[in-house]
Design a protein around this ligand. Structure first.
Ligand code: SIN
Length: 480
């Protein structure tokens, strides 16, 4: 079966834009044209929302066992096609093939998890004040949901939203990022083969995300938006959704601190940092952004980090043993050059990298900078590239103050062995997720999400499905 699709999927049909317009998608490693997809806008988005709304009645009233069964069939097909899905992902996103396969498996784990969770959506019976009354709480699907997903995880970010939404009985309109529509379409193709009824899953492709997003936010039949992307866009969606008072889940930008205390196992901290910092070439919301190392181990730590960073192999994700793929586009390269240029101009020291690679216009050399200070832009913004920015601290209080000195609150990490300090620091960090002696937090069983300007709502885990459920309180009176 060939999963590669190049038309959008609305109401169970593979369709073109009503204007017939398309837009091209390019491979970020080579710059080569991959193919094109329909360039849809407001009208097609409305049509998809209407189709999802039409399908909602039957879908939300279907049994949990039926929804679970379909999700399991989809899970099975995704597993059978994991290698092809990984190849599509590397072609459009650039990450090394082994990482793409890991992402596909990570995504598939959410479909399996929510196939199981569909059968565990419980309500409550509450003892009443009055002997003639009975109180119950039932959970109902929120309705039609818009899923707006990013290019950095073109498979997994769809999977962890759609699995929960479908399990809860919601129908969906997915808008994948314009750089990576083919992973979304391949997933929809396998969902169709699994037998989801028409209109339950719709995928709208567009090069005009503002137009499609605005239609989703203002349409009264669409009752919730789940978005993963930048804080800037999250705020726009929030404002646009106010008119119809939609529910929102927002997984926005991060600015993760990675603290290494003087009693840390340095080898373990380096391993954790390499995973956290360089996964997906540094293009994740939970990548270590500000590396804070105790003064007494700073020199040794920097030397070890520089050695390990120099070992990373950059290249096309289809080449063997590549660790670092390309940045997603030319704009990302300009941002990397500007962030590093700004840091160097303000006094940072470069230990390795610090420039574009000779491999091509979107390859940036894995970089280690030290002497990072608060005035540097990369301290305030998500770097989103393979740049390690290291500074030092003297006391625990100073490390906590530096770590919390950001408007973001997604992920934080720290390494140390003292049990008292572990409790103090994990409680003091103002973030939605904290990794202690680990650089990898993401897993299907845990609630992924942030606080402050990193957004709200949780994905995955037993909490994930609640985002797609409304609570209804029912009071039965006059019981004699
Ligand atoms: C993200 O970067 O938004 C998600 C990363 C993850 O799930 O680990």
């Amino acid at each position: 079966m060939n999963c590669f699709q190049k038309r959008a999927y609305i109401n169970g049909e593979w369709v073109d834009a009503s204007s017939g317009k398309t837009f091209p998608v390019y491979n970020p490693a080579t710059g080569e044209y991959i193919d094109e997809v329909p360039d849809m806008g407001e009208a097609e988005t409305r049509f998809a929302i209407d189709a999802a709304h039409e399908a909602l009645k039957n879908w939300k009233n279907s049994s949990a066992a039926d929804r679970s069964h379909l999700l399991k069939r989809w899970h099975q097909l995704l597993l059978e096609h994991k290698n092809e899905l990984a190849r599509i992902l590397t072609t459009e996103q650039g990450k090394p093939l082994a990482e793409a396969l890991a992402e596909v498996k990570y995504g598939i784990s959410y479909i399996e998890w929510f196939a199981e969770e569909a059968r565990r959506i419980y309500g409550d019976i509450i003892p009443g004040q009055d002997a003639s009354k009975r109180i119950m709480v039932v959970k109902e699907a929120v309705g039609v949901v818009g899923l707006i997903t990013p290019w950095n995880f073109p498979n997994a970010m769809i999977a962890r939203k759609i699995g929960a939404a479908l399990a809860a009985g919601c129908t969906v309109v997915v808008k994948p990022a314009e750089a990576t529509p083919f992973s979304a379409l391949a997933m929809a193709f396998l969902a169709e083969k699994a037998g989801f009824p028409k209109g339950v899953i719709n995928v709208v492709t567009t090069s005009r995300p503002d137009e499609v997003g605005a239609e989703m936010c203002t349409h009264s039949k669409l009752r919730k938006i789940s978005f993963t992307g930048s804080t800037e866009v999250g705020k726009i969606l929030m404002r646009q959704s106010a008119g119809t008072v939609k529910r929102l889940s927002l997984e926005l930008g991060g600015n993760a601190p990675f603290i290494v205390f003087e009693d840390a196992d340095i080898d373990a901290a380096i391993r954790g940092l390499m995973q956290s910092k360089y996964r997906n070439s540094g293009q994740t919301c939970v990548c270590a952004n500000r590396i804070l190392v105790h003064n007494s181990i700073h020199v040794h730590f920097l030397r070890r980090l520089t050695e390990e960073t120099r070992k990373l192999k950059i290249g096309n994700g289809f080449e063997e043993l590549v660790d670092i793929g390309p940045l997603i586009n030319d704009e990302a390269m300009l941002k990397m050059e500007s962030l590093v240029g700004d840091a160097l101009a303000k006094g940072a020291t470069c230990h390795t990298g610090g420039k574009k690679s000779a491999l091509g216009p979107r390859f940036y050399e894995p970089t280690v900078l030290s002497g990072i200070t608060d005035e540097m832009t990369l301290c305030k913004e998500e770097i989103f590239g393979p740049v390690s920015a290291v500074s030092s601290f003297d006391t625990e209080e100073e490390a906590i103050r530096m770590a919390n000195n950001t408007n973001f609150g997604l992920a934080a990490y720290f390494y140390g062995r003292d049990i008292g300090r572990i409790y103090r620091v994990m409680e003091a960090l103002e973030f939605g997720m904290v990794g202690v002696n680990t650089g990898l937090l993401s897993t299907v069983t845990a609630p992924f999400g942030g606080i402050k300007e990193s957004g709200f709502g949780r994905e995955g885990s037993r909490y994930g499905v609640e985002e797609y459920l409304n609570m209804k309180y029912i009071c039965i009176g006059d019981i004699k």
